[in-house]
Design a protein around this ligand. Structure first.
Ligand code: SF4
Length: 268
């Protein structure tokens, strides 16, 4: 793993992510190295030839920049979109923590992570009047999790983090994204997380940056699904949408569905 300490020119950037006005990416690159990660497109912008999951650019001046850039700003801000804010190096750098300590507390904060290290910063989240804390869970099957999300904490550690955050009085959400066709058990996730979350969000599989990687993982580990993945269609996702809506009613939970990558489905 290569860690590069770099100086950023800006840190609060406008984003087209649904529900967010700004994104903060003080880490670019991610030790979690998920197979399906579409943030791997950042590799194209770098001078170095490192592969996704083998580098992190650490923007060490992010705390100073965010104090200046967020002053007087309004809107929703999300951490992060090109690297997990609580990936393992956060234990050493505490950069997420420092950014949150300096971020304008009147902005609406949204955190999304795969790590229970988020629990460390409960005191800092309390600075914000409006804050939502999310953990990604794409499967509760640890064998499947290890294939697609090899270096992140277990789904059960994330579930436990959601439980603790909820007990601490925070607004919590689970991000089920991407749904892994024929592998993500939506009903199981609804059943297990519903007691600890205020909202469930769902995203489809975006193969634009990771078609080769996902296909290799399927061929190697689930050869029986190879043809099904090749034939993924709009109808498949429309059925998933119906299933999620039904489950939302069954478990009496608010849902948000972000299915938008139907054009990226073809493997060939
Ligand atoms: S944790 Fe998020 S940013 Fe990191 S590799 Fe996985 S999907 Fe990408």
């Amino acid at each position: 793993m290569k860690i590069y300490e770099v100086m950023a020119k800006r840190i609060l950037n406008k984003t087209r992510i649904p529900g967010a006005d700004f994104a903060i990416n003080h880490y670019s690159g991610c030790q979690h190295a998920c197979i399906y990660c579409y943030a791997r497109f950042v590799c194209r912008w770098r001078k170095q030839n490192d592969k996704w999951g083998e580098f992190v650019d650490v923007k060490i001046n992010a705390p100073e920049l965010i104090a200046r850039e967020s002053a007087g700003k309004e809107g929703n801000v999300i951490l992060c979109t090109t690297g997990d804010p609580y990936q393992p190096i956060e234990e050493k750098y505490k950069l997420t923590r420092k950014v949150l300590q300096n971020l304008n507390k009147d902005m609406k904060l949204s955190i999304l992570t795969k790590s229970d290290l988020i629990l460390r910063d409960a005191d800092v989240f309390r600075r914000f009047k409006n804050c939502e804390l999310g953990l990604t869970i794409t499967t509760l099957n640890e064998k499947i999790k290890k294939i697609f999300e090899p270096f992140s904490p277990s789904s059960y550690a994330r579930l436990d983090a959601l439980r603790k955050l909820k007990e601490d009085g925070f607004y919590t959400y689970v991000f089920v994204g991407p749904i892994l066709p024929y592998l993500t058990d939506l009903e199981e996730i609804f059943r297990e997380v519903s007691p600890f979350v205020d909202l469930l969000m769902f995203e489809d599989l975006n193969l634009n940056s990771c078609r080769k990687e996902v296909f290799e993982a399927i061929r190697e580990n689930f050869p029986e699904l190879e043809t099904k993945y090749k034939n993924l269609s709009k109808e498949f996702w429309l059925e998933k949408e119906m299933e999620i809506k039904k489950l939302g009613k069954k478990f009496n939970k608010p849902i948000k569905i972000y299915f938008k990558h139907l054009g990226s489905l073809k493997f060939r």
